[in-house]
Design a binder for this molecule. Structure first.
Ligand SMILES: [Zn+2]
Length: 178
């Protein structure tokens, strides 16, 4: 199989899992449009050229040219990444800071992390996997504190109560969808 086909399958499988999660909480538009820019020539070509199979092609591009053109293109267009929301600070002392993300994009970020964990862990995946993955990684200080708290709350809830209860809570109480 060529890398273009393998990369296409990887991003489409991921997109399908995110879509299933988003649909369960009533986020139909976001479920359909999630990560669409990965199919744009700018991002797709990099994904093929640096296809790895077990890690992000963006990291391979970073190692080779010092930055990831695909990621810079991606984060500027996809609102479920907190990096999209980094802006100049008007406060003293800081140059950049994370703005508070609209709730529906925090939820999409959760679905993104669940899908990534499912693909990475395969049959070893449990409802606690996304939380463990989050705790292993360092999200940094450029995410808005309230956004961080909300994401962590969802991840803990998922680990303790599972998808059915967490998704029902998000749909009815957080997003207030019928
Ligand atoms: Zn994305």
């Amino acid at each position: 199989m060529g890398n273009a086909w393998k990369h296409f399958c990887t991003i489409t499988h991921h997109k399908y899992l995110v879509m299933k999660g988003c649909f369960r909480v009533g986020l139909y538009r976001q479920g359909l449009l999630h990560d669409m820019s990965k199919y744009s020539p700018t991002e797709f070509r990099v994904g093929c050229k640096y296809f790895q199979g077990n890690r992000s092609p963006n990291n391979a591009e970073r190692e080779e040219i010092g930055y990831s053109s695909a990621w810079l293109h991606h984060k500027g267009r996809n609102k479920h990444h907190f990096e999209y929301w980094i802006d100049y600070s008007l406060g003293k002392g800081r140059l950049l800071e994370g703005c508070k993300m609209p709730t529906r994009y925090v939820v999409e970020m959760l679905m993104d992390r669940i899908a990534a964990s499912k693909i990475y862990e395969k049959e070893k995946y449990t409802d606690a996997s996304p939380l463990l993955y989050y705790e292993k990684g360092k999200i940094g200080s450029l995410i808005h504190p309230e956004t961080r708290v909300m994401l962590e709350r969802f991840l803990h809830m998922l680990a303790e109560m599972g998808e059915d209860k967490t998704f029902a809570y998000i749909k009815k109480e957080i997003l207030k969808k019928k």
